[in-house]
Design a protein around this ligand. Sequence first.
Ligand code: PGA
Length: 226
Amino acid sequence: MSKRAANLVADRMSKKPSLVLGLATGSTPVGLYENLIALNKVGKIDFKQVRTFNLDEYCGLKKSDPQSYRYFMNEKLFNHINIDMDNTHLLSGVAKSIENECEDYEKAIAKAGGIDLQVLGIGSNGHIGFNEPDDVFHNRTRQVLLTPSTIRANKRFFEKEEDVPKTALSMGIGTIMSAREIILVAGADKREVMEKLKEEVVSPQVPASILHYHPNCTIFYVDETI
Ligand code: PGA
């Protein structure tokens, strides 16, 4: 799964060296990042001109905090490839004005020409980015309240459940859907929600179901643990 997803990313990078790549955190994309690192090390792909925008960041965590998504991305990808760190963008969870931070992020994406390829994972509750199940689809980058199920799922990265931030900044569903191409990676731990997606019912209660409306979306899903 990770190799196939990495090959797709590599193909798009070879077609457009200054690709604008949307990135995701979580355990599932780590294999994809390992494959990209390996391809970069043997000179098959070049990140020199690539620009990246991550989906989300926890509120209240500085980028030096090992639990922050900035730290995660540096550790799992950016420190091991020839990317210009100035071209890697994550929302700041400690910005003075959350409103400005979210607005500036949307502007920065637009200024880069929009996202060419967005990488997604999926939460067990169907979230993409931190767009949690709700009565409506939220359009643009904003502050979100994490659901108890997301806090429970993510507590494995923290010492105690109480340490998991309760809010985050996240690209909106509209931001994600504006990407020209999307890939989603999911393993067997997501079987239940992936089965739900197959029903082709589009509902904000399963935020990832909106992807049925995207014209260029590929899902890499392994439904068995080997
Ligand atoms: P996971 O996270 O890959 O760690 O399961 C996915 C997500 O919550 O988007």
